[in-house]
Design a protein around this ligand. Structure first.
Ligand code: LAC
Ligand code: ZN
Length: 465
């Protein structure tokens, strides 16, 4: 055992330390499986004090540290460097408090999104962040990546749900501001610096999450829409006609819809026929069981009668609603047909989307004429996902496809990462989205907070040459 491993064992206990060959695969791989880490150590601390001691030791020994939550990230953000330490938050799963007066929850960073949902629901409250990986993804991971998901249109991203934060910095110092107030302008708001920093500025240990009253009604529908202009009209109409209750507006292009409804598992039937350009999943969460269902139906009726939507189906039961969501969310199996694929997560002004789709597709097809290209996304947030199978998976092919997509994103004033982060996957293209001055500022923040560069090195920025 090295001296560093001895120090770790003294902090977390032998049973919570794994080395080299004894390290389980789940600490090396994340969901995409493209990036494989090579950690020399895995430590599973049980509290903030242990994390502080670990970081002090790692900083002294110059051992790189990568925090790991649920491992559902897709950009290589939790991939450990050779010789590095994976700091797994899996033992930090306590929900310390649900305060139904302040509408807050204090959770450790290893708590899953679903556990946070359930703890809130048990008190008739609601934690709005929601994404397909809810059962595995953690609060700490969602904070580290500023996760988005399906309900951003109404409640914002993770950033908007974090009232207070506790984190450990590279030198082991603990910064803690577990306040419950929405308003707090006392100097720099450092929590926002850490949120979305992908584990490069500090390790999040606990958070005060903002809760809401639990919605009492759920209305879900799938619409078929034949032009992008009508998709935008429907979005604007829904926002105006269902003020404050529209909670999801998820758009699927025809090719995506066809693929995911092709597999005819009972859960994934085809709720509307093929043949339309776009399919839109709409959700409205309200508080009036008497009026809400009728209101929702009437608004959809208006949308049909104006000719914006060609067809619509409204869920009549929670089971129906689950089946509609499965079309959008249950993607593992249908998308596996596209493996190996390249997946993107970009944002741009709404009006630029048709141009993006045309130009990025043309760019990919110029190099790979037979490419399969699927588009879907969180349209209300300006966020599109593009998934493509080009028949090759080598680095040269990846670079060609990346350039075809990110060049257009840059020209349209968009972002190379709407919600997944940069990780290892997109760092080469950061300059499509961020100016040299911005990148310089980010590097200055990084070196001020982590002068030895031990926290998740090589993520976000390309190594300086
Ligand atoms: C989704 C993930 C990929 O929206 O962000 O399906
Ligand atoms: Zn998404």
């Amino acid at each position: 055992m090295t001296r560093f491993a001895d120090a770790l064992a003294a902090i977390v206990g032998r049973e919570n330390l794994f080395e080299q060959g004894a390290i389980d695969d789940r600490y090396r791989h994340s969901m995409g499986r493209k990036y494989v880490g090579a950690p020399a150590y895995v430590a599973r601390p049980g509290n903030t004090a242990e994390i502080s001691a670990i970081l002090r030791a790692a900083n002294d020994a110059r051992v790189p540290v990568t925090a790991l939550g649920g491992g559902t990230g897709v950009v290589g953000g939790a991939t450990a460097l050779p010789g590095g330490l994976v700091l797994s938050l899996e033992r930090m799963r306590r929900i310390e408090e649900v305060d139904s007066n302040s509408l807050t929850m204090i959770a450790e960073s290893g708590v899953t999104i679903q556990a946070a949902h359930e703890a809130a629901e048990a008190q008739q409250l609601f934690f709005p962040l929601d994404l397909g990986a809810r059962g595995t993804a953690t609060i700490g991971g969602a904070i580290g990546t500023n996760a988005g998901g399906n309900r951003v249109i109404r409640w914002g991203m993770m950033r908007d749900m974090v009232l207070g934060l506790e984190a450990v910095l590279a030198d082991g110092s603990v910064v803690s501001a577990l306040g419950k107030a929405v308003k707090d302008n006392a100097g720099y708001n450092w929590k926002h610096l850490l949120i979305g920093s992908e584990g490069t500025l500090g390790i999040v240990t606990r958070a005060v999450l903002r809760l809401r009253p639990r919605p009492l009604t759920t209305a879900t529908a799938l619409l078929a829409i034949d032009s992008f202009e009508s998709v935008v009209s429907v979005l604007r109409h829904l926002e105006a006609a269902l003020p404050g209750t529209l909670s999801a507006f998820e758009v699927m292009w025809d090719n995506f819809y066809e693929l995911v409804t092709r597999a005819n598992a009972a859960k994934r039937d085809r709720p509307l026929p093929l043949g339309h350009r776009h399919y839109v999943l709409v959700e409205s969460l309200g508080s009036d069981p008497v009026a809400d269902p009728g209101r929702f139906e009437a608004v959809l009726g208006e949308i049909l009668s104006k000719g914006w939507a060609a067809d619509a189906v409204i869920a009549q039961s929670p089971r129906d609603s689950e089946r509609l969501w499965a079309v959008r969310e249950d993607l593992m199996e249908p998308l596996s047909a596209l493996w190996p694929m390249f997946a993107f997560d970009v944002s741009m002004p709404l009006t630029a989307m048709p141009q993006f789709v045309d130009r990025a597709s043309a760019g990919i097809r110029a190099a790979f004429p037979d490419a399969t290209i699927l588009i879907y996304g969180h349209l209300g947030d300006g966020n599109l996902h593009l998934v493509t199978k080009v028949g090759r998976a080598d680095e040269e092919a990846e670079h060609i496809v990346d350039s075809a997509v990110y060049d257009v994103v840059g020209e349209l004033g968009g972002s190379i990462s709407a919600e997944h982060g940069v990780g290892l996957m997109k760092r080469e293209f950061l300059s499509r989205t961020r100016s040299p001055a911005e990148i310089q500022m980010m590097r200055r923040i990084k070196s001020a907070l982590d002068p030895n560069g031990i926290l998740n090195p090589d993520k976000i920025f390309s190594p300086l040459t």
